[in-house]
Write a protein that binds this ligand. Structure first.
Ligand SMILES: Cc1cc2nc3c(=O)[nH]c(=O)nc-3n(C[C@H](O)[C@H](O)[C@H](O)COP(=O)(O)OP(=O)(O)OC[C@H]3O[C@@H](n4cnc5c(N)ncnc54)[C@H](O)[C@@H]3O)c2cc1C
Length: 438
């Protein structure tokens, strides 16, 4: 990998997401050699992926080169690499660009979409965890309308203009709201020769409330907002299969759709070598102690979505959100410096919940802070401010801010471009037994 062997201990971090970057920033000034490996050469600001999918933002404005974030630190090395496995006996990583030895290893690999074992849905649905996936979705949405304009079959036209989103967490709710705004504000102008009033946006949730982790008030208000925007909200309904056309559920409800978007769950992105059953717990996450140390290992740590730290307050681990990853990354940075001097001085991680928020559309957002809960226009401004604040890179903040102001004034989303057409494979996976989803 062309990384010099120095007298400093080598800390290898796998993953340049929220956790990995926070940790690298903390360690890179210390007397250690910090090596960050990621399969992408950029950090992705996942909370705004839905705006890329719906043409509100260009992908470049929510991604940032990892090298640039850490270029000023002399002891820092980045390598574009896919890590395939860990040999914890030999303290070596197996990657697609060769092996790498570590003294200390930190897993910050985040999470991946959880289909709860349903291979048919996995093969036929759209997901939105990465920039390429968000671009696929953007292309497919636009291609659907282009095809709808040309088809003679009303059934096919309806299926092309029918969108089904599974999962009413923040991602599902934000995406449903954005699609509803496109239907109202953009489709009639772009497709005057198509009856776009027939387009349907459906959100399906297995439980009885939207935004499960938020307050009752936030959940009810989000539902009101979605209904105001014309979204069909289906609660207490579990999607059981999708063959590329027909969606079935555990009730009588079915949909014919060309686009099912799966936003119903995530699970830890584990790595071979640290994925034995003793290491893995809830949602395929790796068990760590209060210091983010992987159970059974002294020199291997895990942070963020991949780490599951069970406590009385969080019996199934912390929520899989950016704040947990950032706080664990920063905290582990302090702990690792201490650990190298004297392992007893490490301090246990305590999560400071700064609140949760989601936006449904223009002037419509819900915010739950530890002491205050509010909704509406002010919440929407708070949501925008917080997202701008945490976005990495001054240029990105400026570009996103200008885009938002422009979109607000013009009721527009100008990035509705099919740059890289998405060819949906007509995969018809043999129906699996219906698998329970969360
Ligand atoms: C659509 C969407 C919307 C979201 N909205 C919000 C929100 O509004 N608020 C909020 O707090 N949270 C939100 N989240 C969750 C939040 O993004 C995650 O909790 C956070 O990104 C976790 O940070 P992390 O550092 O653990 O992992 P990530 O940020 O996911 O980073 C993991 C990194 O590891 C790399 N990686 C993984 N495996 C390998 C490997 N084998 N080899 C090399 N590199 C690897 C990946 O490329 C990635 O860069 C959202 C997530 C999604 C998908």
């Amino acid at each position: 990998m062309n990384i010099p062997q120095t007298s400093y201990p080598r800390v290898v971090i796998i993953g340049g997401g929220f956790g990995g970057i926070a940790l690298a920033k903390k360690l890179a000034k210390q007397e250690m050699q910090v090596v960050l490996l990621d399969k992408h050469n950029y950090h992705t600001f996942q909370p705004l992926l839905y705006q890329v999918s719906t043409g509100g933002l260009e992908p470049d404005s929510i991604a940032y080169p990892i090298r640039k974030i850490l270029s000023k630190y002399p002891n820092f090395y980045f390598r574009l690499a896919m890590v395939k496995g860990v040999d914890s006996e030999k303290n070596t990583l197996d990657t697609d660009i060769g092996p790498l030895k570590y003294d200390y290893l930190v897993l910050a690999t985040g999470s991946t979409t959880n289909f709860f074992g349903n291979k048919e849905i996995e093969a036929n649905s759209m997901i939105m965890k990465t920039v390429p996936e968000a671009l696929n979705l953007r292309s497919l949405i636009l291609e659907n309308f282009e095809e709808a304009l040309l088809t003679d079959s009303m059934d096919r036209q309806d299926a092309l203009m029918n969108f089904v989103i599974v999962g009413a967490g923040p991602t599902g709710v934000e995406l449903a709201g954005a699609l509803a705004e496109i239907k109202r504000g953009i489709l009639p102008k772009d497709y005057p020769d198509l009856d776009t009033r027939r387009a349907q946006i459906n959100i399906v949730q297995s439980g009885d409330k939207l935004l499960k982790g938020m307050s009752e008030k936030a959940s009810e208000k989000a539902e009101d907002y979605l209904e105001e925007l014309g979204v069909n909200v289906w609660k207490n309904t579990r999607v059981t299969s999708y063959d590329g056309d027909l969606v079935t559920t555990n009730t009588d409800l079915t949909f014919h759709t060309a686009t099912l978007i799966w936003a119903a769950g995530v699970k830890g992105e584990t790595i071979k070598g640290i994925d034995g059953k003793d290491s893995i717990t809830f949602s395929n996450r790796i068990k760590v102690n209060d210091y983010n140390q992987v159970e059974g290992f002294k020199n291997i740590f895990a942070i963020g979505d991949i780490a599951c730290m069970v406590s009385d307050d969080f019996p199934a681990g912390h929520p899989m959100v950016a704040q947990v990853a950032i706080q664990q990354g920063t905290h582990l940075g302090v702990n690792l410096v201490a650990f190298l001097e004297d392992e007893k001085v490490m301090k246990p991680f305590v999560y400071k919940d700064k609140g949760t928020m989601a936006t449904v559309g223009r002037n419509k957002a819900v915010v739950d802070m530890p002491k205050f809960k509010f909704q509406g226009v002010f919440a929407w401004f708070v949501w925008m401010f917080v997202h701008l604040f945490f976005l990495i890179g001054f240029r990105n903040r400026v570009v996103v801010f200008i885009n938002w102001v422009y979109n607000y004034i013009r009721f527009d989303r100008e990035a509705r471009l099919i740059i890289r057409p998405y060819k949906k494979e007509k995969t018809k996976v043999v129906k699996m037994n219906a698998v329970k989803t969360e």
